[in-house]
Design a protein. Structure first.
Lengths: 414, 129
């Protein structure tokens, strides 16, 4: 036992020295890949060809990211740690995630991506990166500043994010950045594509398609060429060389606009018409627009659910305000009742937005699905015979009151 | 609590009203909708109030929630100004056009159509088709 313990630091020392010497060799042995782009600007996405010369026989990965636009991303970790059985309740938040991010990998890795796609929305980004060796190209988001908070139930109730924890170490930061990236861009196709072709002499080309709806501005492209992978027990030593960043510009023309907070650009005609149609329909069925508007927005556009909820809320605020004004003119509001229940709702409104941050998009969709089914039940109930006959009487009283109120207002005016 | 409305007196159980309102407020501010269709049944069925007192007063109660939730969402950086500026005029226009069209349609038919639409949308969100 004693011998084994003393061996450990020695081994660690050897392992630490090994990569350093090998990296030095690699830098001597292989020169950095060159990189050229066939275009300098794209108009809201499009095709661009990246080509260059890498060391012969190397694997080529291309990292692409938005260089000057960042978005906010957050994740709440409430999954039980399988090793310790403790639920961490940690909240991670960053404002520095690149607004667009993708890694292009060699063509022959397509089967691995296919497998990841088959897993569905719970695919593991970091595992796939490792499997296809693309983790060596993952660099831009690795060092972003991520704040981590220890959340507690009490803190969530009073609407706080919890206590700010010490900054994570480099490795942890990188791992968490991958989770945030996955949460933000969601699908395999948004994050990875297998389309880099290389010839035996190391010349590579990749025809990449930048999808529409991404951030405008400067994009950086960096090529990473892996010349050798040496398995050393559990550890893998990777010899790699990186190119200088090449850049292009993604432009946008009106009516396509970039939403800063949401990190998405879209043709503003669509949300306008959706909002219009939904509010018209909402007025018909007697419910505010939010019920239908929110699910449609998260379904059709790559908008985070937090931004959708946070932006629809003030939109309905004004229609409610005008409704209150109209009712108050004809004295149709009981202020005591409204303010009484309203003060309880004020408290609820303080807590709710905090909870939006704690759930993922799929949880948001799941809960919203059930809410809509309950709402459909309520709507159906309002068309049943019993409800209608009761409603008819009350509508008659309502009309009578309204008439009286209007007469009172008219006589006052005269 | 006693409330008076157009010469009539109603007895309201504020405990039920406040706890129900509180829970509806959490849900609606979390998911970003107004919550009227939930408040109205709460006040008519659970509190036993007639419809004509509920319509205006529930709107006032909800307004508190929406106002607070708006401030909180802005604090957390969830408010996108540009998206708001796109949707806001649409909402105003819709709020004007809606009641005009409503006059010409049977509310019964509208509600049944809404019911089917909501079920379809709900099932879609639950990933069932």
């Amino acid at each position: 036992m004693k011998v084994k313990f003393s061996m450990v630091p020695l081994l660690a020392l050897v392992m630490m020295v090994l990569p350093i010497t090998q990296q030095a060799q690699a830098q001597e042995g292989a020169s950095a890949p060159t990189i050229t782009l066939d275009k300098t600007t794209l108009d809201n996405g499009g095709e661009i060809t990246i080509s260059g010369q890498a060391p012969a026989g190397s694997q080529v990965y291309i990292e692409l990211f938005s260089a000057d636009k960042t978005v906010k991303a957050n994740r709440f970790d409430s999954k039980k740690d399988p090793k310790t059985g403790v639920i961490p309740y940690k909240f991670y938040l960053t404002h520095e995630l690149p607004a667009a991010y993708k890694i292009y990998v060699p063509k022959d890795m397509e089967p691995e991506l296919e497998k990841a796609r088959a897993v569905g929305k719970d695919w593991k980004y970091s595992e796939v990166l490792k499997k296809i060796g693309a983790d060596v190209a993952y660099s831009a988001p690795a060092k972003i500043k991520i704040d981590s908070y220890q959340a507690t139930i009490m803190a969530s109730i009073i609407g706080s994010r919890g206590t700010l924890l010490d900054a994570m170490d480099e490795k942890e930061n990188k791992r968490e950045s991958m989770r945030l990236i996955k949460g933000r861009f969601r699908s395999v196709n948004n994050l990875l594509a297998a389309n880099v072709e290389t010839t035996p002499d190391g010349a590579y080309t990749a025809k990449i398609k930048l999808r529409t709806g991404l951030a405008p501005g400067k994009y950086n492209v960096i090529t990473t060429a892996v010349t050798e992978r040496i398995k050393d027990g559990d550890k893998e030593i990777v010899k790699k060389v990186k190119s200088e960043p090449a850049a292009f510009e993604n432009t946008m023309t009106f009516p396509t606009v970039y939403l800063d907070t949401a990190g998405t650009s879209l043709n503003l005609v669509w949300p306008f018409f959706i909002a219009l149609a939904v509010t018209v329909f909402g007025a018909l069925m007697g419910a505010g627009g939010g019920f239908i508007l929110n699910p449609l927005l998260v379904m059709f556009f790559p908008l985070p659910h937090t931004v959708v909820a946070g932006t629809v809320m003030p939109t309905v605020l004004f229609s409610q305000g005008s409704g209150i004004y109209n009712y108050s003119k004809i004295k149709f509001i009981n202020w005591r009742l409204g303010i009484g229940i309203g003060s309880a709702m004020l408290l609820g409104g303080f807590i709710g937005p905090k909870l939006t941050e704690l759930i993922t998009l799929s949880q948001f969709k799941f809960a919203f699905g059930w809410i809509l089914l309950v709402l459909a039940g309520l709507m159906y109930w309002q068309t049943t015979a019993g409800y209608l006959s009761k409603n008819k009487k009350e509508q008659a009283i309502l009309k009578e009151f309204k008439k009286r109120a209007e007469e009172a207002a008219a006589s006052k005016a005269n | 609590m006693k409330v008076e409305f157009w010469g009539q007196d109603f007895e309201v159980n504020m405990w039920v009203g406040c706890i129900g309102g509180f829970l509806i407020a959490i849900m609606s501010s979390m998911f970003g909708f107004g919550g009227g269709p939930f408040m109205v049944p709460l006040m008519t069925v659970a509190l036993g109030l007639p419809m004509y007192i509920v319509v205006g007063s529930s709107l006032l109660a909800i307004f508190f929630n929406t106002g607070m939730a708006t401030i909180r969402h802005m604090q957390f950086g969830n408010f996108d100004l540009l998206l708001f500026l796109i949707m806001f005029p649409a909402a105003l226009l819709g709020g004007y056009l809606g009641p005009q069209i409503a006059k010409r349609l049977s509310p019964l038919v509208v509600k049944r159509v809404a019911c089917v639409g909501l079920i379809l949308l709900g099932l879609k969100l639950l990933d069932l088709y």
